[in-house]
Design a protein. Structure first.
Lengths: 115, 107
């Protein structure tokens, strides 16, 4: 299936732990993103990578570090998890050379719960 | 700053009725996009309207764009129970989304 797939779907962990979320797209897109959706459904962009280069880096704590080993993968590593990090994290991809004007294709999300 | 802000926050209609959802944005845009999110799933792109377009259709969807008012509307005609979902607009260079509109279509 052509898609944006992210793992795991659910992640429950304790404060202070370090965790990673993986994302892969087989759509041939050159731009990938991480979005955070809070409990009120507000969806906010965190990072964007175009051909493995960081092009958007919103005001996100340094504890969040994206890693793009190739243009089909964008992983999100989170250090020293805090309660406020609990949210649903969405990976997305698009064509367009890094300009956020092309339609986005989203994964199904990773629900992170920090206890 | 938040670009896409949807209105109303929630909408409940009967199957067969039309649903109209509105979106406002703050700065100049190249295009505006509407997305749909079913519960527990990712967002799905519905339609993109460019800044030089005033209206666009896709099946039962009709989107309008008024750049002078910095607003857009999404009309779903002849709604179905399966249209029940959250709908988001997104605009701006960083494709900022709003909180979405929760649409419930009663069978």
């Amino acid at each position: 299936d052509t898609a944006v797939s992210q793992t795991p779907k659910y992640l429950v962990t304790q404060m202070g732990n370090d965790k990673s979320i993986k994302c892969e797209q087989n759509l041939g897109h050159d731009t990938m993103y991480w979005y955070k959706q809070d409990s009120k459904k507000f969806l906010k962009i965190m990072f964007s990578y175009n051909n493995k280069e960081l092009i958007i880096n919103e005001t996100v704590p340094n504890r969040f570090s994206p890693k793009s080993p190739d243009k089909a993968h964008l992983n999100l590593h989170i250090n020293s998890l805090e309660l406020g990090d609990s949210a649903v994290y969405f990976c997305a991809s698009s064509q367009g050379g890094g300009r956020v004007n092309s339609p986005l294709h989203f994964g199904n999300g990773t629900r992170l719960t920090v206890t | 700053s938040q670009q896409g802000e949807e209105d109303p926050q929630a909408l409940s209609i009967q199957e067969g009725e039309n649903a109209t959802m509105n979106c406002s944005y703050k700065t100049s845009i190249n295009n505006l996009q509407w997305y749909r999110q079913n519960s527990g799933r990712g967002l799905v792109h519905l339609i993109l309207i460019r800044s030089n377009e005033r209206e666009k259709h896709s099946g039962r969807l009709r989107v309008t764009l008024d750049t002078s008012k910095k607003s857009s509307s999404l009309l779903i005609t002849a709604s179905r129970a399966a249209d029940t979902a959250s709908y988001f607009c997104a605009a701006g260079s960083k494709l900022t989304f709003g909180k979405g509109i929760t649409l419930s279509v009663r069978p």
